[in-house]
Design a protein around this ligand. Structure first.
Ligand code: SAH
Length: 433
């Protein structure tokens, strides 16, 4: 989400005649976009911010813009007092205050504007930064802003505000603009992306939106994330299964494999319901790959409850598990009302056990690709190898002197490991074209 938001700021600045520089020393404007989903992210943001302070002292005309979840949607008075060297404070997804500051010399009052309008400030005239135009193969489009679910551990609803779906015309016109600038793959974003349109009955469902994106000429692939188990309808699963450009990869977090922990997280489903969902995904979408998120060491999580999570992951054998150690976030229900009572060493221990388990599972799943052919969309060259992804979102590296950027090519897999694979392009004629 922040990558997408940052790109919008870059685009806005280019509209004003600015261009990017890799050197902070050269910059007239520095935008720092922040995440606070865990304490470590917040600490990093403050650390990076204080490293900008000497730059500002050396060059008083430098404009420093703090953006994102560190600022949030509820005003920035306290931050202003704490960070006097920051010139502009912007909520998530909103280049508006910076643009107002640069054009009128003052930061705009944010609170008066509707979130969804903040996002539409460019009316579909989204441009990738010049340095990325024709280079960037894969781009993000946020389609649901904010979140209203209120998982007890999560700070996002407080900082990004309530759930709002963006109008479909806006999303489609952004998609067309990105494709015209060379983008081949679009990933639709939302905290609960499968709730798209629930707040606006006149909007299409996510499946309807996917159908319209599938019809865009020149667009090769579409993905979406993150899903919540309760909102994955058969209509959506069938859209993924039947529309050729929609990739068979689903990101659907479980967070814990124990019913009591799920209840105290306020997730809204049981382990059995998640198991049924995985079965349904596998039955309806051939070769589907499934990624999940897990938080270990949530308030009150006993050793036995953690074992339930371990056993569930061992049993389901999902493709990817994004792991996190519980981190209390100011203002959330769990930080206010539940004790963070799993010691840090124990959180690490649980984290490492799941990590080792998942490494084995991913290695096993990837080994099935060995000596098989798959299609890869190539994104960029890293050292001397081209990097791309399979439809199932597996990372593939191919050594080649040809320019493979933006191409979708058949690849024969020659090596697999738990985190990536290697292969060679099957048809050298195709590789040349
Ligand atoms: N809405 C999305 C993304 C939420 S943030 C979703 O449902 O997945 C991404 C991940 O960060 C979450 O899935 C969760 O696993 C993790 N996370 C969120 N809050 C956290 C916290 N307080 N401590 C540790 N991990 C957290």
């Amino acid at each position: 989400m922040n990558v997408a938001d940052s790109q919008r700021v870059a685009s806005a600045l280019e509209h004003l005649g600015y261009h990017d520089t890799p050197r902070p020393d050269d910059a007239d404007v520095i935008v720092m976009n922040t995440c606070v989903v865990r304490q470590s992210a917040e600490d990093k943001a403050y650390g990076r911010l204080s490293s900008l302070r000497p730059l500002k002292e050396k060059k008083p005309g430098l404009v420093i813009n703090l953006m994102g979840c560190l600022v949030g949607v509820k005003g920035s008075e306290r931050l202003k007092a704490r960070l006097p060297y920051v010139d502009v404070f912007s909520p998530p997804s909103d280049p508006g205050p910076l643009i107002a500051y640069l054009t009128q010399g003052q930061a705009q009052e944010l609170e008066q504007r509707e979130t969804v309008r903040r996002y539409a400030w460019m009316d579909g005239d989204l441009m990738l930064p010049a340095s990325e135009r024709g280079q960037q193969v894969s781009a993000f489009i946020p389609i649901v802003l904010g979140c209203s679910h209120a998982c007890t551990y999560c700070i996002i609803p407080y900082r990004r505000g309530g759930e709002i779906s963006r109008p479909p015309e806006e999303i489609l016109s952004e998609a067309h603009a990105l494709v015209a600038q060379g983008v081949k793959e679009i990933t639709l974003l939302g905290q609960i992306v499968d709730r798209y349109g629930k707040d606006h009955p006149e909007y299409p469902t996510l499946a309807g939106l996917l159908t319209r994106l599938n019809a865009i000429d020149g667009l090769e692939r579409v993905r979406f994330l993150t899903s919540h188990p309760n909102w994955m309808t058969d209509e959506l699963l069938d859209a993924v299964a039947s529309l050729p450009k929609i990739m068979p990869h689903i990101e659907v977090p479980i967070q814990a494999g124990d019913d009591q922990v799920l209840e105290s997280m306020h997730r809204g489903y049981t382990v059995q319901q998640y198991r049924d969902l995985v079965a349904r995904l596998r039955a309806r979408i051939p070769n589907v790959s499934i990624a999940t998120d897990i938080i270990v060491g949530f308030c009150g999580e006993t050793a036995e409850q953690f074992e339930h999570t371990y056993e569930l992951l061992a049993d389901l054998k999902l493709d990817v598990a994004h792991l996190a150690r519980y981190s209390p976030r100011t203002g959330t229900f769990s930080a206010r009302r539940l004790a963070d009572d799993v010691p840090d060493a124990e959180k690490w221990e649980r984290f490492r056990r799941l990590e080792a388990l998942q490494e084995g599972i991913a290695g096993e799943i990837h080994a099935r690709y060995l000596s098989q052919a798959t299609t890869v969309l190539f994104e960029e060259k890293v050292k001397n190898r081209w990097k791309g992804r399979t439809p199932t979102n597996k990372l593939v590296f191919v050594e080649s002197d040809a320019d493979l950027r933006s191409k979708v090519l058949p690849v024969h897999i020659t090596w697999t490991g738990p985190w990536s694979m290697q292969g060679r392009v099957v048809d050298p004629v195709l590789e040349r074209n």
